[in-house]
Design a binder for this molecule. Structure first.
Ligand SMILES: [Cu+2]
Length: 280
């Protein structure tokens, strides 16, 4: 493209020099009009039409098949709710990370849980609004494995800029293994962290399948340990980051819909964080 632009610019410059050097009347009015007709009308029309025809097939939307994986992605202040649906299987709920099998069409049903959000993964597809009360469908097709960053692209409140997420495109076999693991409840319901999680009432907002916690206001934390980032893609998932977030979420994310726990001791927060991390 740069080469083409340089050639055109040089040609125009040469034309300008010739025009300014030639004597007056070298081109008759008629010849001038003909030049305008060809260079300004016919040639551009033909070139643009050819380009349009050549690129039209690439603009055809991907048609979803009935048995494609469907993921409902719901924008919430300031995180992402994910629900994986496969024909004939129970829904798998997760959050803040979207995993996709490479080489397969995946239907994303985009919804708004509270206010307007916008789903935007530049490495995967164009942006699309998430509107409360309606479902926008986007069919995506990852062509190579890897990690892509997504970001909310519609101002949605104080922590709008801190509403990101990771897209992980995986080989189909690895994806199936991950989805099967994600489907399983946790087996650590008897640990100290689980007991404290329950005692602090975290289960009123968060679900951890395999324990009594079944809240649906905040992200599903069942397999939090399997994610690379936390708090909607803004930090790497580490014990220290978890402890800080659990004790004072609004300090990390202004306006976060999770209360601070100033009365929570550091050892309690650490025990909860360690427990959440072990659930992979
Ligand atoms: Cu948002």
């Amino acid at each position: 493209m740069v080469l083409g632009a340089v050639v055109i610019a040089l040609a125009l410059a040469a034309l300008m020099v010739t025009a300014s050097r030639s004597r007056e009347g070298a081109l008759s009015h008629r010849q001038g009009m003909r030049l305008v007709l060809w260079a300004g009308g016919i040639v551009p029309s033909v070139v643009l039409l050819a380009l349009l025809i050549a690129t039209l097939p690439a603009m055809r939307p991907i048609r979803a098949a009935r048995d494609d994986l469907r993921v409902t992605v719901t924008g919430e202040q300031f995180w992402w709710r994910m629900a994986y649906r496969r024909a004939g299987a129970a829904v798998v709920t997760s959050a803040n990370e979207l995993r996709l099998p490479v080489g397969r069409d995946v239907v994303l049903a985009l919804e708004g849980g509270d206010v307007l959000h916008s789903f935007w993964v530049p490495g995967l597809a164009g942006k699309m609004d998430m509107v409360p009360g309606r479902t926008n469908t986007l069919v995506v097709h990852a062509t190579r494995a890897g990690r892509f960053r997504g970001q909310c692209a519609e101002f949605c409140g104080l922590s709008h800029a801190l509403m990101a997420f990771d897209v992980v495109a995986m080989e189909p076999a690895a994806f199936d293994a991950w989805l099967a693991a994600e489907r399983r409840p946790v087996t650590t319901a008897a640990s100290t962290g689980a007991r404290l999680f329950d005692a602090y009432g975290c289960g009123g907002c968060h679900a951890v399948r395999g324990t009594g916690a079944a809240g649906a206001i905040g992200p599903d934390l069942t397999h939090l340990g399997a994610r690379a980032t936390m708090a909607a893609g803004i930090q790497p998932l580490t014990t220290a980051n978890l402890v800080r977030f659990i004790r004072d979420a609004p300090a990390v994310k202004p306006g976060a819909r999770m209360p601070a726990y100033p009365q929570m001791s550091a050892p309690d927060a650490t025990a909860i964080a360690r427990w959440l991390e072990t659930n992979r």
